[in-house]
Design a protein. Structure first.
Length: 382
């Protein structure tokens, strides 16, 4: 009699659980009665209303998450979605991490930390922040409200828009349409919608507008439409190609020209004029020497500008190589990266050490040329 009652109770419990779950897996742990698991294996679930289809090897901590056709999954939050969308050689999702709420990804090797991020790039990508949108392969976004569709690009800041490949944006509220460019500052616009130029611009400052190619702008509230131009200073409007524009400002403390391509200073010009106007004191050899010295000074100035450009390129490569290692609770992670820009090469390494579930220490170092760059910081989760 007791055996019959026990058997009846077991059958009723099995029927009740089966009304909420659809299991076709070998090992499922801690799944709640409102979780549906179809053709999946090796999942650890702590939460309700999760849906897992055709997936393998994952951990879900939260509710109302959806995982489909994926492998090596980590979800910590609510209302996250991992959904495989066929694309060429892709046959399913691999190695995805979502830490937050309302994130969506169909990208392999993707990491999303924050809320309401969307990644449809199919491969790679790190999103740290909220409300970021990414469709560019091997791209990273750190901040809020960024929108990226360029491959191999990085956005650090908030509310940036990028539509070109191989771009680094360390800024806020900036817009980029040209490839192979670097934007550092705030409210920078590089190119226009539909632009098919070569890009390769370096823009440092705020409120910069550039439509030129292969140019550099350093300053604030300046505009440039010239190609192969260098703009140095604030409130400059340059429209000429192949120029160095300092905005009608004085270049002071210029040494006496010596070589043929050096810039001449006012003292040398006055000496030359005095030699010409002095009658018998006229010295053709001296004038030629002064002209040669002026040419030499011009060449020296060009050399110094080239040296500045090299230092800037080293700094950009160093920053690009010092990518943060991901935060994994209870672990210390290390990232080693290499980067190159404009012929300059940098190597960088970073670490993130989880001290507590909501606190981590992060740091990094990069070397480009002979100048190291280092950083240290802390990360909090609330």
């Amino acid at each position: 009699m007791k055996l019959g009652i026990g058997f009846k109770v077991s059958v009723m419990a099995f029927a009740l659980a089966s009304s909420f779950n659809v299991h076709a897996a070998n090992q499922i742990y801690n799944d709640s009665s409102t979780t549906a698991i179809n053709n999946s294996d090796q999942f650890v679930i702590d939460g309700e209303r999760n849906v897992i289809n055709d997936s393998l090897d994952g951990k879900i901590n939260g509710g109302s998450n959806s995982v489909e056709n994926a492998q090596n999954v980590l979800v910590n939050g609510n209302r996250n979605t991992m959904m495989f969308v066929p694309n060429g050689s892709n046959f399913g999702l691999l190695n995805m991490t979502q830490l937050g709420n309302g994130n969506y990804t169909n990208s392999d090797n993707g990491i999303q930390v924050g809320g309401n991020n969307r990644d449809t790039s199919f491969y790679g990508g790190i999103q740290e922040g909220n409300d970021n949108v990414n469709s560019g392969n091997d791209s990273s976004q750190r901040g809020n409200g960024n929108d990226n569709s360029g491959e191999n690009s990085n956005q650090l800041g908030s509310y940036n828009f990028n539509n070109a490949s191989s771009v680094n944006m360390f800024s806020n509220e900036s817009i980029n349409y040209l490839p192979d460019s670097n934007l550092v500052g705030n409210k920078i616009t590089n190119g226009v919608s539909g632009d098919t130029g070569s890009g390769q611009n370096n823009l440092f400052g705020s409120y910069i507008t550039n439509t030129g190619q292969n140019s550099a702008v350093i300053g604030n509230s300046s505009t440039n439409s010239g190609n192969n131009a260098v703009v140095l200073g604030n409130n400059i409007n340059n429209t000429r190609d192949n120029t160095v524009n300092v905005g009608n400002k004085t270049i002071s403390n210029v040494a006496d020209a010596f070589d043929q391509y050096d810039a001449v200073n006012l003292k040398q010009l006055q000496q030359g004029l005095a030699s010409v106007s002095g009658g018998p004191a006229y010295d053709d050899t001296q004038i030629r020497r002064d002209i040669d010295e002026a040419y030499n000074r011009i060449g020296s100035l060009e050399h110094r500008i080239g040296k500045v450009e090299r230092k800037l390129s080293q700094g950009i490569a160093a920053v690009a190589s010092m990518q943060s290692a991901p935060w994994i609770e209870g672990r210390t992670t290390v990232a080693v990266n290499g980067a190159t820009y404009n012929g300059e090469v940098a190597m960088g390494a970073s670490f993130t050490s989880s001290i507590r579930p909501n606190f981590a220490i992060t740091g990094g170092i990069a070397i480009a040329g002979s100048n190291p760059v280092a950083r240290i910081g802390v990360m909090f989760a609330f």
